[in-house]
Ligand binder design. Structure first.
Ligand code: HEM
Ligand code: HEM
Length: 429
């Protein structure tokens, strides 16, 4: 009779092998392929769940108590204030890290046919991360929170057909008030995080199913493999713990912002949306509301979501920006987008917006259709120009995508730092 000895299995090992196969392609674990950004996003999400649950012990979502419950968090010797700081900074950092992760996935050619579904799940995750941050924003019930949510829900009201209804659904009443706080708290704690967990499990499973991260064509049929434990896991741990150490240090030094208690009667000047929606608020200063809040963002999101579905759009796998001249093209496109947005804002501010001249066309045309058509034609010309210079279709499209990304970044930067009282242009540091 033969006796089989089962190898030693610890729960941690078991968990790791649910996430990773025993061996992974050596090339895919190099830091400069992924910069550990997906791992960072996952770490931040874990930190958010942990600190979020801990905050439930001290936070009250009743509008008469919410603000005071935040103030009380900072009373010594409680650690609740520190935990709030960690939660606040982790949430905001997650927006940045998710966007960078998305860009790395696209730019290393991983937004391809085989990863289409995972790309769409990623896009949904991004929307949920924004939703989590936005709903969390209101919870401290201070002036910053109250007015940012008022501005955003006003913006939602411009969405054609159902805008006002969606806005009122979010608010739980006609104006932002106690019902909005209860609504946002429920969505923030009970709805969005479970959704994210389910999608993340699927996200990770699909990565395994597609044979790990993207790799270059050079790696061939029989690539060099390394053991996931310890090689990959040690790197993941270094990224995760390193990030946590920096986050805790930062949160010990810098408190999350808190202004005066919410006052529906007195809006701060300037009243701004949350920083990740400042691009939209800036656009609203220049375009017809239907275009600024609905048509332009929708078109950009559709372009983003459909990238792996567009024929010949996939960049060379495993290389940054398709290799060759790609990196320069990417950098120049992004910076041109940022600079272009800044120039357009200033020109509109000086020459058109405040000119007082009677509009030749209806605002729907002059501040909507015409600028949109000019933008689309300009992007089409950039594409044609690059194709005529023998750039492959994928890199030519990349230039268009990064021009748009640069513009969004430019508008966001202007909105955050260059809009002062009355939303006039100027420094606002
Ligand atoms: C909460 C947000 C997210 C988390 C926690 C997350 C986590 C991860 C992790 C850990 C990986 C593997 C390691 C790495 O690529 O760094 C990964 C890969 C991937 N992610 Fe995400 N992700 C998130 C959001 C997104 C977004 C916004 C997109 C794109 C729209 C996306 C698309 C992908 C794709 C396509 C892969 C496979 C990449 C490849 O095979 O090289 N993810 N994600
Ligand atoms: C992706 C996940 C999450 C993100 C991005 C996020 C983000 C945020 C943000 C930005 C705030 C405002 C912090 C401030 O300035 O005061 C907040 C507040 C809050 N969050 Fe979350 N959160 C997430 C998950 C959770 C979870 C899972 C829970 C609880 C189970 C939670 C509970 C809370 C509570 C109680 C507050 C109010 C206290 C406070 O303002 O700090 N959060 N969240």
């Amino acid at each position: 009779m033969t006796i089989k000895i089962r190898p030693h299995h610890s729960p941690i090992r078991g968990f790791i092998f649910h996430l990773h196969p025993r061996k992974v392609v050596a090339e895919t674990i190099r830091f400069t392929l992924s910069f550990g950004l997906g791992g960072m996003a996952a770490t931040l999400f874990l930190v958010l769940v942990l600190t979020g649950v801990l905050q439930l012990l001290s936070y009250s979502s009743d509008s008469t108590e919410a603000y005071q419950s935040i103030i009380d968090m900072y009373a010594a010797p409680s650690l609740a204030g520190f935990i709030r700081n960690v939660h606040h900074w982790a949430g905001n950092l997650l927006v940045l890290v998710s966007v960078l992760h998305l860009l790395r996935v696209y730019l290393t050619g991983a937004a391809d046919r085989t990863r289409r579904l995972n790309w769409l799940i990623g896009c949904t995750l991004l929307v949920l991360v924004l939703g989590a941050n936005f709903t969390g924003y209101l919870l401290p019930w201070d002036q910053l929170a109250f007015w940012a949510v008022t501005i955003f829900t006003n913006m939602v009201g411009y969405v054609p057909l159902a805008g006002v209804q969606i806005s009122e659904l979010l608010r739980g009443s006609a104006e932002v008030g106690p019902a909005t706080l209860e609504n946002f708290f429920a969505i923030h704690v009970g709805l969005i995080p479970p959704f994210i967990v389910v999608l993340l499990v699927y996200h990770f499973w699909l990565i395994r199913k597609s044979g790990g991260l993207v790799r270059s064509r050079d790696s061939g049929q029989r690539p060099v493999m390394v053991a996931a434990v310890p090689t990959l896991v040690a790197r993941e741990a270094a990224v995760g713990f390193g990030l946590c150490a920096l986050l805790l240090l930062f949160s010990a030094l810098v408190d999350a912002p808190l202004t005066d208690i919410a006052n529906p009667g007195a809006s701060p000047n300037p009243a701004k949306a949350a920083w990740y929606f400042m691009g939209l608020q800036e656009l609203l200063l220049h375009l017809h509301p239907t275009f600024a809040i609905f048509i332009v963002p929708l078109l950009m999101f559709l372009l983003l979501a459909s990238l792996p579905f567009i024929r010949q759009a996939g960049l060379e796998p495993g290389l940054w920006c398709g290799g060759g001249r790609g990196r320069w093209t990417a950098a120049i496109s992004f910076l041109t987008g940022m600079g272009g947005a800044a120039i357009l804002v200033v020109v509109d501010e000086l020459a058109f917006k405040n000119s007082g001249a009677p509009p030749v066309l209806t605002p729907w045309l002059s501040r909507g259709m015409v600028p949109l058509l000019i933008l689309v034609i300009a992007l089409g010309l950039v594409y044609r120009l690059l194709r005529s210079k023998n750039f492959p279709p994928s890199q030519s499209l990349m230039a268009v995508v990064l021009l748009c990304a640069g513009m969004v970044c430019g508008l966001t930067v202007i909105g955050i730092w260059f809009r002062g009282p009355g939303m006039m242009l100027g420094f606002s540091f």
